[in-house]
Design a protein around this ligand. Structure first.
Ligand SMILES: [Zn+2]
Length: 216
């Protein structure tokens, strides 16, 4: 038996098992939200408004699982928000790097709308929320995190999902990993709307919409 070290009478925490850390449990719960650290640290914040820096231009160039893409359409795609307000928070983005809603083509406008409708149906199918917040923030002053590339938010809402935590602690509890969310939605999308078409949407060449008589 080894002798205790340190001055006689001084109490030190004794670690018997490596997994037994010294210390006394307190009454506080710990909420681990490591994904927020990326945001706080600004690690993936674009350096400028260019397409090269834009996360919504880069995402479709990576595999769906890696970029958290749920579905690829012809002119727009659906992706899990990396910083969800609620579990199942999706974004609809055009492939084209467009900042203003009025600069979308007619076809892009229609597809963003249709993908929004389908995304709502998919979320309802997977997690049956009580309601939704839908919307776009155009411009940094309006709250857009990535103002250079327009994106439509689809936020499922449940009764009582807003509590003191976001207000006081500026923290949102999201009890599901994004990879799991993406997998559930991608499977549900195929169940409801069929498999992804073969043609590469990145080859699409949209023509900017101009009303009759308006010069480009
Ligand atoms: Zn972009």
């Amino acid at each position: 038996m080894s002798e205790p070290t340190g001055p006689v009478g001084e109490t030190e925490p004794q670690v018997v098992d490596p997994l037994d850390q010294p210390g006394v449990p307190d009454a506080l719960q710990r909420l681990w939200t490591p994904y927020r650290m990326v945001y706080i640290g600004g690690a993936d914040k674009p350096k400028d408004a260019s397409e090269a820096e834009c996360p919504f231009c880069r995402a479709p160039k990576r595999p769906d699982e890696e970029s958290l893409i749920v579905h690829r359409g012809a002119l727009a795609y659906v992706i899990c928000n990396l910083y969800p307000y609620n579990p199942g928070h999706l974004l609809v983005c055009t492939y084209r790097h467009v900042s203003d809603y009025v600069d979308l083509t007619t076809a892009e406008t229609a597809e963003v709308a249709e993908l929004t409708r389908r995304a709502i149906r998919v979320i309802q199918h997977v997690s049956a929320p009580a309601g939704f917040n839908l919307g776009m923030n155009q411009g940094t002053v309006a709250g857009a995190g990535i103002a250079a590339h327009l994106h439509q938010h689809i936020v499922p809402r449940w009764q009582g999902d807003s509590n003191f935590l976001p207000v006081v602690g500026r923290t949102k509890a999201v009890p599901q990993f994004l990879a799991d969310t993406r997998g559930l939605f991608a499977d549900a999308w195929v169940d409801l709307y069929g498999a992804v078409p073969d043609d590469s949407p990145l080859d699409a060449d949209p023509t900017p919409f101009r009303p009759d008589g308006e010069d480009a």
